[in-house]
Design a binder for this molecule. Structure first.
Ligand code: GNR
Ligand code: NI
Length: 179
């Protein structure tokens, strides 16, 4: 197992569309395991392969509240797809490991049905609501090159991207200085 590096915006790789997984083989299983480990370490409740620079349609999610005694409940999917979404919408304050430090309200379908291949390559269907529904939709967005900030007004998005760009420049300068 290994921790993977998480890309942060603005990075052109976060805007690319990921390619379907042809077969859930050992390489994909290893990617899923490493992504899950990386997600728990971050910590986060979801992670898409796009965020670790791998343009394959793979996501991992665990919304269990382990701090309050809930058992871990990892979900690992290849080729996840929204097959049904409610017309009822709900609003969650979202964050993203690729947009560190920013949290904004995003409106999405309240419930949805997701289809995909599990770690054994078996087709599964998940009926999701609440935070799980939001998180699964957020992860599938990543595979299309979409970040939660793309759901905000252009003004809000530009402000966030500008701040992240500035932080990246400061970090680079610090690194150069340490050479
Ligand atoms: O850790 C995360 N928390 C979160 C909170 C509300 C809605 C979505 C998320 S996903 C995010 C981890 C992440 O960036 N996944 O892509
Ligand atoms: Ni994210």
């Amino acid at each position: 197992m290994a921790l993977l590096k998480i890309l942060t915006a603005p990075d052109p790789r976060l805007k690319e569309r990921a390619l379907p997984v042809e077969k859930v083989d050992d390489e994909i299983r290893q990617l899923m395991d490493n992504m899950l480990e990386t997600m728990y370490a971050a910590p986060g409740i979801g992670l898409a392969a796009t965020q670790v620079g791998v343009l394959k349609r793979v996501i991992v999610v665990d919304v269990a509240d382990t701090k309050n005694g809930e058992e871990p409940n990892p979900i690992m999917l290849a080729n996840p797809e929204v097959v049904k979404a409610s017309s009822d919408q709900s609003i969650y304050e979202e964050g993203c490991l690729s947009v560190p430090g920013f949290y904004e309200e995003v409106e999405r379908p309240e419930t949805c049905t997701i289809k995909g291949l599990n770690r054994d390559g078996k087709e599964v269907e998940i009926k999701a609501e609440g935070l799980l529904a939001t998180c699964l939709q957020h992860e599938i967005d990543h595979l299309e090159g979409t970040l939660f900030i793309d759901h905000l007004s252009r003004l809000k998005r530009n402000m966030i991207v500008k701040k992240l760009t500035k932080e990246k420049k400061l970090k680079e300068a610090a690194t150069d200085h340490n050479l």
